[in-house]
Design a protein around this ligand. Structure first.
Ligand code: ATP
Ligand code: MN
Length: 457
């Protein structure tokens, strides 16, 4: 269907005085005997186009004035009556699809919670359309950032036989129903599709290491799955994960990449989505624009886990979860550190080895590992990363302590046997990043169809 994007009509000065055809959905309409004003959007820009219909010269189907109706309008682009934009003096308006009054997206502001119940229609609102435009711009920027720096884009398997973290948060992949004839779990899995227990991957890191120890610098950008049984505003069962893996790199190199990448993504969103950010600044998080501009220009903090514990212990604040050296940082702790103490993004580094994964490089103190989490105000952890253990003996020891099945990791271990190198990487939760740059407070509101405990719509 030949037509011009509304974004182009609004921005391209050369179209002034020209005849164009636009298509879109009516967001608001003002109708009188002589004239009708239809504000329409086609998704290409935050701003809508006003279509002016002179009813003395043009008969207008009343259905075209209903909120949600889809229309095609032909007309002349003229200077807007208000402001310095453009509007359309219609010569022809055609109804494409009518929209009855039970359309749930009406002009009056509804709640985000209500909109969560209609995921198939909520993108018709300003808020959600803006979220998904920002999300797209950020995703493109991720690829640009790595491509410009010589990283290869790798696709790692989603179905896996090994659980990356060694933890039990994996969804099972199976084709066979349970049958009482099986005497053991093992016998059951033997008959299953892959002949062994399989699941949806929680991370592409282990395979990413395979690629990085041949290609040098790689990244993945794909879905990860976590069977988290926690109903929080920051956890999804299916989320998008950006995982660079870098050979010949130590922890400080990993931090440098993470910081540079986050700033690059923020700058891309600021420059490509000014209207969206202005909207979120006004309605979601006052001061958002200044926050992002400031973060893109200033240095992130770096804090040792041991110091973080000292700070938390001295805090004039009661935490739900008590703080002791050796404990995992809970969201309330993370947010205190980044929001109240640093007031900006901060890396917490060198965590106790007991609370981190087997593959993290063991520090010389014998107690901590070279791990780093990036905490940001409003969200908490958005990145988890580390230098990886490159010494085969130390890696094996760490796996044994955890009681892991070494035979399942033979290939991974052999990367350390055959020309091992210092290397590291991190995982950025893409939805958490989108929350951070939009000020949206619930991860369900930055995901098209969020999958969470007891919820799959
Ligand atoms: P958290 O402590 O917040 O549950 P994690 O430490 O389990 O996260 P990692 O295994 O370090 O997470 O994963 C790397 C990144 O992936 C996290 O920093 C986060 O941004 C993102 N992430 C992890 N789990 C989820 C989830 N269930 N939903 C959305 N994003 C997630
Ligand atoms: Mn983490």
């Amino acid at each position: 269907m030949k037509h011009t994007d509304i974004a182009k009509v609004l921005r391209d000065a050369s179209l002034m005085g020209q005849e164009v055809t636009v298509c879109g959905w009516v967001r608001t309409a003002r109708d009188s005997a002589a004239v009708a004003f239809l504000e329409i959007t086609d998704g290409t820009s935050f701003s809508r186009l006003q279509v002016v219909v002179d009813k003395n010269n043009l008969s207008l189907d009343p259905e075209c004035t209903k909120c949600g109706a889809s229309v095609r309008a032909k007309g002349i682009v003229v200077k807007a009556f208000k402001g310095d934009g453009a509007e359309l003096n219609a010569t022809e308006v055609t109804l494409l699809g009518k929209c009855p009054s039970e359309y749930p997206i009406q002009k009056k502001r509804t709640t985000l919670d209500f909109l969560r119940g209609i995921p198939h229609l909520r993108l018709r609102t300003n808020t959600f359309a803006a979220v998904f435009r920002v999300r797209s711009v950020a995703a493109q920027a991720v690829h640009r950032y790595f491509h410009e720096r010589g990283y290869y884009y790798i696709n790692t398997p989603l179905i896996t036989a090994s659980d990356c973290e060694g933890a039990g948060e994996m969804f099972r992949v199976t084709t066979q129903p349970w049958d009482a004839k099986y005497e053991s779990e093992e016998a059951y899995y033997k008959d299953d599709f892959f002949g062994k227990k399989a699941g949806l991957s929680v991370s592409g890191q282990l395979e990413g290491e395979v690629a990085a120890t041949a290609l040098g610098r790689i990244y993945t950008f794909g879905p990860s799955f976590r069977a988290e049984n926690s109903n929080t505003t920051r956890h999804l069962a299916e989320f998008w994960h950006i995982e660079p893996e870098i050979a010949f790199a130590e922890l400080p190199d990993v931090l440098e990449v993470a910081e540079e990448m986050v700033k690059y993504l923020i700058r891309a969103v600021l420059s490509e989505c000014p209207e969206e950010i202005a909207f979120f600044d006004k309605f979601m998080e006052p001061g958002l624009r200044d926050k992002l501009t400031h973060v893109a220009e200033s240095e992130f903090g770096v804090l040792d886990y041991t110091e973080a514990i000292e700070i938390l212990k001295k805090a004039d604040r009661e935490f739900k979860f008590p703080v002791e050296w050796g404990c995992d940082l809970q969201t309330e702790h993370e947010r205190y550190i980044t929001e109240e103490v640093f007031k900006k993004p901060v890396f917490v580094v060198n965590y106790p080895k007991e609370i981190k994964s087997f593959y993290m490089k063991q520090n010389a103190d014998g107690k901590t590992v070279a791990a780093a989490d990036l905490l940001v105000p409003g969200v908490g952890e958005i990145i988890g990363g580390s230098e990886r253990e490159a010494d085969p003996d130390k890696l094996l020891a760490a796996m044994k302590v955890r009681g892991m099945d070494l035979s399942a990791y033979e290939q991974y271990i052999s990367l350390r046997t055959f020309g091992t190198v210092p290397h590291g990487g991190f995982g950025l939760g893409f939805e958490r990043f989108v929350m951070y740059v939009t000020g949206m407070e619930n991860i369900r509101d930055v995901t098209l169809f969020p999958r969470t405990v007891k919820n799959i719509m």
